[in-house]
Write a protein that binds this ligand. Structure first.
Ligand code: MN
Length: 269
């Protein structure tokens, strides 16, 4: 009797699963935002290679760019290591992070980071998610990440920390694998350029691929330098708010210079 009840439950469970899978498969893929500029795809490939070359990403991490012809779409590689990305790996997504034309290619589990930030931040045109090693201590301690030199002046105004356990209301596997967690992360980021993710990494945003790469590289560098300055002992002097504002305005205009250098180095490999 019990076996029959269990068997029926297992059968029903299977039927429901099959139904859910069928419905998911029946969902039509979202339409494309239109043809893309080949130069933008090349820049996205370059951004992947640069972030790997500069030690911001390793086998993990991703970078995306908003579709220039449709703000409801973004472009990002299929699920592979950033250093291996080529133009053929670039996929298009809608803001629910559903692939437009998957063709059997698998997607990054944490793509919702990108879709939900593009939805919440119309000003953002590029997003990086990384496990940048030097920022990790600042996401798990009481020491805030603060700008201590002009190259990272964009950190002025504060770097929020996303706690996924607080957002989910329970322990998770630490991955932003649902739209709801992506929305919570976007909420923590608010109007800032960088947010740390406790025990995980960071998310960095900008108005272009060169800028988001620049910010990712100098966030990693500032974190390393800040830990070194603190290890020396005594008081560390940070950029004050006015210095950060002025330095961001001037250094922020020079982003193409390191971008061209990093690109040449990374693509030569
Ligand atoms: Mn991650």
């Amino acid at each position: 009797m019990q076996a029959t009840a269990l068997g029926r439950r297992a059968f029903l469970g299977g039927a429901i699963t099959a139904l859910v899978v069928t419905r998911a498969l029946a969902q039509p893929a979202p339409p494309s935002g239109g043809p893309m500029d080949r130069n933008l795809i090349d820049d996205l490939v370059a951004a992947n290679r640069i972030l790997a070359d500069q030690g911001v990403v390793d086998g993990y991490g991703h970078v995306s760019v908003r579709h220039p012809g449709d703000p409801q779409r973004y472009l990002m590689s299929r699920s592979i290591a950033p250093e291996l990305v080529t133009a053929a790996d670039v996929m298009e997504y809608d803001l629910d992070s559903s692939a437009v034309d998957a063709r059997g290619r698998t997607s990054y589990l944490e793509r919702f980071i990108h879709g939900e930030i593009y939805r919440a931040r119309p000003d953002v045109r590029a997003v990086v998610h990384n496990h940048s090693p030097s920022v990790i201590p600042f996401g798990v301690s009481q020491v805030p990440l603060r700008p201590l030199y002009h190259m990272s002046a964009f950190l002025g105004g504060g770097v929020p920390v996303f706690d996924i356990k607080a957002a989910a209301g329970q322990p998770t596997d630490m991955l932003v694998r649902t739209p709801a967690l992506g929305r919570a992360l976007a909420q923590t980021l608010a109007d800032r350029p960088v947010a740390l993710m406790r025990g995980h990494g960071a998310v960095v945003v900008g108005d272009s691929l060169p800028r988001v790469v620049f910010r990712s590289v100098y966030t990693e560098m500032n974190a390393r330098l800040q830990a070194q300055a603190m290890a020396l002992g005594g008081t560390v002097t940070y950029l004050d708010d006015e210095e950060a504002r002025r330095a961001d305005a001037s250094v922020g205009g020079t982003v193409p210079r390191p971008w061209e250098l990093w690109k040449k180095k990374a693509l030569a490999k």
